[in-house]
Design a protein around this ligand. Structure first.
Ligand code: SF4
Length: 362
């Protein structure tokens, strides 16, 4: 999603006459697109801001903007910690970035663009893309699930779907420009259609996209396990251009931890979905995310996660240590798993997944 956002902002600026430079010393405008899902990503952004001090000295008129989720969350903190920053801008305001830069240059001031009132889909469409064959397309943004560890609903806002007409127009333009592969993006694509003035769900959207000539492969991310419907499974089975890879995050194998995470399913419900998918598509590939060291995770909870991964045999997994995010429900829980234990648990599942992935790749 962040890479897509970066492309969209870059395209928007290019439409306003800006050019991309590979050399940081040549830049007149410096934008840092941020992620706030984990603390590590935020630390990297702050460290980069510190490094801009020299560049700012050499170029007093340099415009520095911090954009994206961390800008939304930490607006005041960013201004406080770095005098290098001219503006902050959250994901709901990306379309205002060109005018914001001009305002900053003209008024020589600092500005905060983080209001989030709009419940309509506002997201610039990239007019420039890194790849000439493969493109991301945003179909919805925000999330209403409020998993207890996750900052996304607070920084990206509530779920808003993009009208299908808009999506189909973009896909047709891409097909016309020679793109062959698209990825439909959303925090939870299975919620697609809610709140729109049209009677459509994500399966219907997939069918419509599938009809567009020229596009040969369709991916989508991400699906919430509790929302994978039989209709969606049927759609993936029946549409030959839709990739048979499903990324739907298990996060933990212990029902106690899943409950604390507010995930809305049990391990056995998750496994039923996996069985269903594999019965319908023997060649389906499955990907997941796993968090270790969530508050209250005891050895037996972790063992259940390990066992679940071993039983399910994912093709791919993104694995992380739990990182408390201020403002989330889990932040109120004691972060009681020692860093060393988190590290050991993470290494254990990384090693397990590595051996599974290698076996499958062979
Ligand atoms: S589904 Fe849960 S983890 Fe995913 S974005 Fe929404 S709140 Fe975050």
């Amino acid at each position: 999603m962040n890479k897509h956002d970066s492309e969209a902002v870059l395209g928007l600026l290019m439409d306003h006459g800006y050019e991309l430079t590979e050399n940081r010393d040549d830049a007149d405008v410096f934008l840092i697109n941020t992620c706030s899902v984990r603390k590590h990503a935020e630390d990297k952004a702050y460290s980069l801001l510190g490094k801009l001090t020299k560049l700012r000295k050499d170029k007093p008129n340099l415009v520095v903007g911090v954009i994206g989720c961390m800008a939304q969350k930490d607006k005041d903190e960013i201004f406080r910690r770095s005098s290098n920053v001219n503006f902050v801008c959250g994901t709901h305001n990306f379309h205002k970035i060109p005018e914001t830069i001009e305002f900053v240059i003209k008024e020589k001031t600092r500005i905060n663009r983080t209001d989030m009132d709009k419940q309509v889909f506002v997201s610039p469409t990239p007019s420039s893309r890194e790849s000439k064959t493969s493109a991301w397309i945003s179909v919805m943004r925000g999330c209403d699930n409020f998993c207890s560890y996750c900052i996304v609903p607070y920084v990206r806002g509530r779920e808003v779907s993009r009208p299908s007409e808009d999506i189909l127009r973009e896909v047709k333009e891409l097909a016309h420009a020679g793109y062959k592969e698209i990825t439909l993006l959303g925090q939870n694509v299975n919620s697609y259609g809610k709140g729109l003035n049209e009677n459509i769900d994500f399966s219907d959207l997939l069918e419509q996209v599938h009809r567009i000539r020229g596009i040969e492969r369709i991916h989508f991310v991400t699906s919430h396990p509790k929302d994978i419907s039989l209709k969606l499974i049927d759609t993936v089975v029946n549409l030959e251009k839709v990739s048979r890879y499903l990324h739907f995050s298990l996060q933990a194998g212990s029902d106690k931890i899943l409950r604390l995470m507010n995930r809305g399913y049990t391990l056995s419900q998750y496994i039923d979905t996996v069985k269903n998918l594999r019965e319908r598509m023997s060649d389906v590939k499955l990907g997941t995310d796993i968090i270790v060291g969530f508050p209250g995770e005891e050895e037996e909870d972790f063992d259940q996660t390990y066992q679940a991964m071993n039983d399910i045999q994912f093709d791919q997994a993104y694995m992380f240590k739990y990182s408390p995010r201020k403002g989330t429900a889990a932040f109120k829980l004691t972060d009681d798993v020692l860093q060393q234990i988190k590290k050991e648990r993470l290494n254990k599942i990384i090693n397990l997944q590595r051996s599974i992935s290698q076996k499958k790749s062979k």
